[in-house]
Design a protein. Sequence first.
Length: 211
Amino acid sequence: MTLGITHVDTADAYGPHTVEDLIRQALHPYPGDLLLATKVGLIRPGPNVWKPLGRPDYLRAAVEASLRRLNVDRIDLCYLHRVDPTVPLADQVGALADLQTEGKIATIGLSKVTPEQIRQAGEVAVVAVQNCLNLEEPDDPALAYCADNNIPYVPYRPLNAGRLTATAGVEKSLSRLLDLGEHVAPIPATSNPQHLIALVRAASQRLPRAH
């Protein structure tokens, strides 16, 4: 049951690694219209511990491992999961660009970044930005930057880890984000099939725009 979903987003840090395996088991061979996105550059050295790791050699190894787990020859969209402050951004994006040249990545994205970081990385070519945005965390200057530069903006945590489900509701929360512009594509997460159906239903509807 795909419910018409054509965009699946994951990361090697989820699990870690196990979610990419689960996606392969559930969906491979993948539908021809599916855009499969994953992220590299964030490790989990301990429970609830997350650390950016953007060394070019590590990013290359991480992409190679994701290719194997997902059982694909090329990743449709590969994000730099977090910018590593200890490594020049140009080196981190450059490592992904090298993999793109080799045909192992189709397109490059950035996650949790500022407009200035997008501008710097955009010299290589960035096709998507994934930042946190929801009704309780509505202020992200990257949203307007992406609109002005025709970059798809992919809000993660659009329901604020489920808290907005009980307060604002799924439909209102997603519709408000979708109404921010055609460049916005929220990615709600769930492990419940019934919740997934509700999310798909909500995403197919939009609240009237305010005038």
